[in-house]
Design a protein around this ligand. Sequence first.
Ligand code: CTP
Ligand code: MG
Length: 226
Amino acid sequence: MYLLIPAAGSGKRMGADRNKLLLQVHSKSLIAWTLLAAEAASSISWIGIISQPHDWEDFKGIIADLKLTKPVELITGGATRQESVYNGLLALPDAAKQVLIHDGARCIATPNLLNACAEAILHCPGLIAAIPVKDTIKVVDESGIIQSTPDREQLWAAQTPQGFDVKLLKQCHAEGVRQGWEVTDDAALFEKCGIKVRIVPGEETNLKVTTPQDLVIGQFILSHRE
Ligand code: CTP
Ligand code: MG
């Protein structure tokens, strides 16, 4: 299975002086943890890291230190995650019929989850890892007044990995550019194009490291895993 790792963000909400994926938790960078999960997932045979060229020197050093056995390519990222993923899709080898997309910032996802998604995408056009939400979610207007309370039974928190048929996802991205759609994950493009996307059970520990607090939680989880 081909794996694309979006890693071209700047980590604004983390507030660090560099791409948050270069920050360390439990003595390895976030991107190193993500790459180690990909290396350990037997289903993954090729890894594309979508990233900004100004980070490439750091990323190359990390890749070399990890002594990965799988082929790794660096692909130039875009201004948004959506653009970054589209660049990644266009850089995939022709042999790639399905692809997994997994955020570099979800560095605590297990190899098992990557393998489960890689297996499931052989049997459907699109899927995402997701978990039922635990909180009651409110829809709130600009003045801070609650408009509605969606039924929690129907609410799931989207994670990555997300898996797709490559040809269909390329078509959906091209349509997104034509229509000016702005989305925060690839499943949303499938949904807008009317293509079914399945849920695969995600992991409660599979958080997207976004804020400094997440680094502390990530440190806790990773240090208890060994
Ligand atoms: N990403 C990307 N290209 C972008 C923006 C984001 O590849 N132009 C990647 C990030 O590197 C991250 C993933 O998409 O692995 C999820 O994005 P997010 O957690 O929002 O990371 P950042 O955009 O870096 O953080 P922030 O939104 O706080 O600036
Ligand atoms: Mg972002």
